[in-house]
Write a protein that binds this ligand. Structure first.
Ligand code: CMP
Length: 186
């Protein structure tokens, strides 16, 4: 118990690393629950400050012959390709990848679609990669995506929105690990 208090005061008074701040937020969240929105906001922003994101070029964009243009556009945007592969997903693999959406009405259609043809999977590097890439690709629904973004240019529907982009540092690591072993990163 003494060690616990000692540790917690360390986190509170000397939050010298992001990890410590994250723990500090978790500690206060445990006390204040969901009403402690300040901690939640800090925690969320901390989770999105890494330099790695994961993307897939979706089957429809591949079928439409846009693979090369999308890769070129990603590089033009200052994202460094750390790993890249042409591959495909089985229905089961797509279900596993998108398991976070399994209660959503679009889950079955999305996983059918994602297993309908070849895809490109890639790990990308840039400062603040999650936010930078999500801004760069545009809104989930291509019809809401800002002009010039990848989804506005190459997306054809909310499902076939040209590319996937991770929504947090934690998910980027999980998604990258779904397709790539560490040996496949440069
Ligand atoms: P993606 O970035 O791959 O992450 C989850 C995907 O679910 C998202 O892109 C969309 O393609 C899809 N999606 C999200 N909302 C809907 C919706 N309302 N209807 C169909 N598909 C959706």
């Amino acid at each position: 118990m003494t060690e616990f208090y000692f540790k917690m005061s360390g986190y509170i008074f000397f939050p010298s690393s992001q990890n410590k701040i994250q723990h500090w937020c978790s500690f206060w969240q445990a006390f204040y629950g969901n009403s402690f929105t300040f901690a939640q906001i800090i925690k969320k922003s901390i989770k999105m400050t890494g330099n790695i994101t994961f993307t897939m070029i979706k089957p429809k964009a591949m079928e439409n012959g846009n693979m090369g243009k999308i890769i070129a556009k990603i590089i033009e945007g200052g994202f460094k390709v750390k790993a890249l592969k042409l591959t495909s997903l089985t229905k089961e693999q797509a279900m596993e990848f998108y398991a976070v959406h399994k209660e959503r009405p679009f889950y079955n259609g999305l996983t059918d679609f994602m297993s309908s043809g070849p895809i490109v999977a890639a790990i990308l590097e840039k400062d603040n990669a999650i936010k930078a890439y999500r801004d760069y690709i545009g809104a989930t629904n291509p019809s809401d995506a800002e002009e010039g973004t990848i989804r506005a240019l190459y997306g054809t529907s909310i499902e076939a929105n040209a590319v996937h982009g991770s929504d947090s540092d934690e998910n980027a690591q999980i998604e990258a690990g779904f397709f790539f072993s560490k040996r496949e990163w440069v």
